[in-house]
Write a protein that binds this ligand. Structure first.
Ligand code: GLV
Ligand code: GLV
Length: 331
């Protein structure tokens, strides 16, 4: 009998259709916020699963799934998955790095520019029919060119943002647990600083670090107090890194000029205090959302799942594993 796979959300049907070549596929027809019990039920008889950020899977959800061998996440981040529990259960996890790097870096830059130059606020003002009130100081913002860009998390996406900054004549600082190789620093024209130095010196601070419990609310009241009142904060990483109430306090109190947020702690819910503020640009977790890139992410996830379950040209060797040590343990 053919292995069974579960596809948790509607994705690009022409790409996901490749799974039918090897597997019996149970696909979810509509966007669904699956309850934990529904995820457990869907995984019960499955050999593999193709899932998204909106599908949290932990030890409980996999405990009744004895056949499950692979979970392909259609995202680079995988904090929706308890990878330790999956490794313990012999389940291979894969993600979708690289294919989304440049598109996501584009969006980080776009959010920074929109927040600094008040683009969405100005558009609302225009649509509200306010243009007759235009004056010389309408919607004055902060500059991007020639300022200091701070990057928290100098991975692939952080490096992509740093490379873009060269065209804007920005000084680039970054903080990371470990310094990136000197050749990368040189190519990105970026200098390492400690966390407090990054907070204090950045005119625009972009968060691109992976989420883990250790960085929960890393950007809270204390960190925000160290930033320049003229600074902007951009988050394209995970909502939980920022204490949204502390951010709302800072934006409201004039202790931070603006923010651009693509991710939120309670997605799809957005903190009502942020919704009420004018100086924050809010987007619904779309940083990797160009058509070409979203298709490439699904394609990579499908390749991963097919290979992880032992089929296709890369049988047994999925292109982008998360817990690669699983591969060594097998066979
Ligand atoms: C999006 O947030 C991703 O992790 O791919
Ligand atoms: C994600 O791909 C990162 O390394 O930033």
């Amino acid at each position: 009998t053919r292995p069974r796979v579960w596809v948790s959300q509607p994705l690009f049907a022409d790409i996901v259709g490749r799974l039918h070549e090897h597997f019996d596929v149970t696909a979810t027809g509509e966007v669904t916020q699956h309850a934990p019990a529904a995820i457990a039920a869907a995984l019960r008889d499955a050999d593999g699963a193709l899932v998204t950020l909106n599908d949290p899977i932990g030890a409980a959800e996999i405990s009744g799934a004895p056949r499950l061998r692979a979970i392909a996440n259609v995202a680079v981040g995988y904090n929706n998955l308890d990878v330790a529990a999956m490794s313990a259960a012999g389940i291979l996890v894969t993600n979708t790095p690289d294919v989304l790097t440049e598109t996501t870096a584009d969006f980080g830059f776009a959010l920074m520019m929109a927040a600094a130059r008040r683009i969405t606020e100005a558009e609302r003002w225009l649509r509200d029919g306010e243009w007759q009130r235009w004056s010389f100081d309408t919607m004055l913002g902060g500059d991007v060119h020639g300022t200091t860009l701070g990057i928290l998390g100098m991975g692939r996406i952080g490096q992509g943002i740093a490379r873009r900054a060269a065209g804007f004549n920005m000084r680039v600082l970054y903080h990371n647990r470990s310094r990136v190789p000197e050749a990368v620093e040189r190519e990105c024209r970026a200098s390492w600083v400690d966390f407090d130095g990054l907070l204090a010196q950045s005119d625009h601070l972009v968060l691109v670090l992976p989420y883990s419990p250790q960085v929960h609310h890393l950007i809270g009241a204390a960190a925000l107090a160290k930033m320049k009142p003229s600074a902007t904060l951009i988050n394209i990483a995970r909502g939980g890194i920022v204490d949204e109430d502390a951010l709302a306090d800072a934006l409201q109190g004039g202790r931070l000029a603006a923010a651009g947020l693509d991710v939120f702690e309670g997605e799809p819910a957005v903190n009502p205090r942020l919704l009420a503020l004018r100086n924050v640009v809010l987007t619904p977790h779309i940083a990797s959302g160009s058509l070409a890139t979203r298709r490439a992410m699904v394609s990579l996830a499908v390749d991963n799942l097919i290979a992880a379950l032992g089929f296709g040209p890369d049988a047994g060797v999925p292109p982008t594993p998360v817990n690669a040590d699983m591969l060594k343990r097998k066979r």
